[in-house]
Design a protein around this ligand. Sequence first.
Ligand code: MN
Ligand code: MN
Length: 311
Amino acid sequence: MNNSSVDSGREKLLKAGRIAAQTLNYTCHQVNAGKSLLEIVEIGEQKISELGGRPAFPINVSVNHHAAHYTPSYGDSAVVPEKALVKIDLGVHVDGYIADTARTVIIDSDAEMEQLTQAAEAGLNAAIASVRSGVRVWEVSKEINKAIRSFNVRPIENLTGHSIEQFNLHAGISIPAIAPASERVLSPRLKEGMVIAIEPFTTYSPSPRISNIGEAQIFGFAQRKNPSNPMLRRIFSQMKLKYAQLPFAARWLAEFVSPTEINDTLSSLLEERCIHGYAVLGLPDKHFVAQAEHTLIVTRESCIVTTKKLS
Ligand code: MN
Ligand code: MN
């Protein structure tokens, strides 16, 4: 890769980051008790396009004990509850250069909800402060854990941050919020220019591990698999093009098939393993979860936060 293509990649990463930050602010302002979750994500996804980006995945709106991967279905009637921790998690791409960012909105706040949300933010900030080229991921995880524990809450142990590459949201390196001593020397080192998303989740649950607790509404494309039915194959190739092979929402298919055909279309594609579902993730014991996330570019001395909050 020559220097000019590195530069334009950098520009696109920064542009995606600005759009993501602006959209996150805008979308979080839509979150009020009684408001339709579907309306919230549609407003956000519309905003991304208006600002000149594309969604890198459907906007996730995970409420209370839901941690991730909830996006409303077509015609979904769910609303923001009277008391809620609402995680808005969104991704933007510009020519495949991705920004991934999330924040927790508190509805009818109390001390515990504040604590959880602040702990997630503190974990994220501590991680950002520890990032520079040469640092092991393990060190970053240790800082996340330490910051979160100082609030007397716990990080979710089996959700992690991740490296990002062009058109690839989860590009191989995982950044957990816990750092077992035994994993220190095996832990990869961050390198200059690497793009990573850091996203600690917090909870008061005594068993802070998430499970699949709801049917998938978000789907990803399998590599090089096409449906055998010619009509479905045609729709499938349009979907791949439209979504740039990145994750998509079931409800988005309403632009390709009639709303009543969405489920059958997805079932056929799942059956032939052309796509896979991302189940809704959350705590079965119903404890609340908070989250904070930024995307950053690793530099020699520190990092550039591409999704930095705008004032
Ligand atoms: Mn995210
Ligand atoms: Mn992420």
